[in-house]
Write a protein that binds this ligand. Structure first.
Ligand code: NCD
Length: 375
């Protein structure tokens, strides 16, 4: 038991509701729009950014405000998900996303099971379905799934009764990355206006915000989720890339397309750089990384053309010297490490909303119990 009185308050306020009985429960494993800011949103899964409407995104960001306070404490742990089990099922490489989800689950006192394709029976030919059903039989409340195939997390949601979070599927989507990016933009804007991020900060800063999403849009699940989130919140996104890296269809994206980074830079509030996905064959779409860099890399000379207060973002891992120059990655206006730091709090919020149950405190109550300004 902690002797920290603040932690005791947090403990009291965020004690978990009893774990839901395992087995068929809740609605069918499809995710629907979520938008009830006044209560803990009844999220079943988070498979796509399209699962959240504007109120639903705002709600996740407000819960993140509260849980972000926990992360900054000397003992960054609350018992909100004690008794719940989260499995991180990563069938594709990851550094930050896996560690971020696992840290988030542990900071909420959940038990964490780690599955790694490289050291599992998947190597012996076990199918994804058998793997998932085997893990589910051990009693798991949530699957965090990364997979090279688009749609794999949606399939997992059909096979198990547990909650499922998409941690990146093929070229398709990466919704928690988009949420942490939105959180980071909102935080930076609030700070620039001298406001402390707390539950009084809404999502107004996205209205008319101009964002350039630059690079390998074709192969980027990050771009897909981010564009959906930005549009939902009222921002204006422009994708900037060579013609060969424009996705086969942009129908429904609602973005402008531009092939001239220099023309776009002075006009935008955020320049969001994407990694060249060489493992997905991007190399064959480009003459060379060097030529790409000459046209689309954010060099120091280019960064100097950004408007004052403009943000530079990248989901990582960065190819320094290709899509982003070394010195730009380390500039004050580069929010790359902030994105990583916020990723833990955002994933705490997502797991909390999925798993804490209907009786858990809502964002405002949670904020007040944690002493968040404005709650
Ligand atoms: C991204 C991914 O894996 O989709 N990284 C991440 O999760 N932060 C982007 C990338 O690999 O380029």
């Amino acid at each position: 038991m902690s002797s920290d009185p603040a932690a005791a308050v947090v403990a009291a306020a965020t004690s978990p509701a009893p774990p839901a009985a395992r087995g068929p429960a809740g609605p069918s494993p499809t995710s629907g729009p979520v938008g009830r800011p006044e209560t803990v949103a009844p999220m079943r899964h988070l498979l796509s950014m399209a699962d959240l409407d504007a109120a639903g995104i705002a709600h996740v960001l407000r819960v993140t405000d509260s849980l972000g306070e926990v992360v900054r404490r000397s003992i960054p742990r609350v018992p909100a998900l004690r008794g719940r089990t989260v499995v991180s099922l990563f069938a594709e490489e990851s550094t930050r996303t896996r560690l971020s989800f696992e840290t988030a689950a542990r900071r909420m006192s959940a038990d964490v099971l780690t599955f790694s394709a490289a050291t599992s029976s998947a190597k012996k030919g076990e199918s994804l379905r058998d793997t998932v059903e085997t893990i589910a039989a051990m009693g798991v409340d949530a699957f965090v799934v990364r997979h090279g195939a688009a749609g794999a997390p949606t399939q997992v949601a059909r096979w198990v009764d547990a909650h499922v979070v998409n941690a990146g599927d093929g070229w398709h989507e990466h919704p928690t990355q988009a949420l942490l990016d939105c959180y980071t933009i909102r935080q930076f804007r609030a700070e620039a206006e001298g406001r402390t991020v707390g539950t009084e900060v809404g999502t107004e800063c996205f209205e008319g915000l101009r964002v350039a999403v630059v690079g390998d849009v074709r192969h980027s699940r990050v771009a897909r989720s981010l564009v959906i989130a930005l549009r939902t919140l009222g921002a204006r996104a422009t994708v900037v890339c060579p013609g060969t890296l424009v996705p086969p269809s942009l129908e429904g994206w609602g973005v402008d397309v531009c092939h001239d980074l220099d023309a776009v830079l002075p006009e935008v509030d955020v320049v969001y750089l994407l990694r060249l996905q060489l493992e997905r064959g991007t190399g064959s779409y480009l003459p060379s990384a060097r030529e790409y860099s000459a046209g689309f890399g954010l060099t120091a000379r280019r960064a100097a053309r950004l408007a004052p207060g403009a943000m530079v973002m990248h989901p990582g891992p960065m190819n320094r010297g290709v899509e982003i120059a070394d010195e730009v990655a380390d500039m004050a206006r580069s929010l790359v490490l902030r994105q990583v730091a916020n990723g833990v709090a955002v994933r705490m919020a997502v797991l909390y909303l999925l798993l804490a149950g209907p009786d858990a405190p809502d964002a405002e109550e949670l904020g007040r119990s944690l002493g968040v300004v404005g709650a």
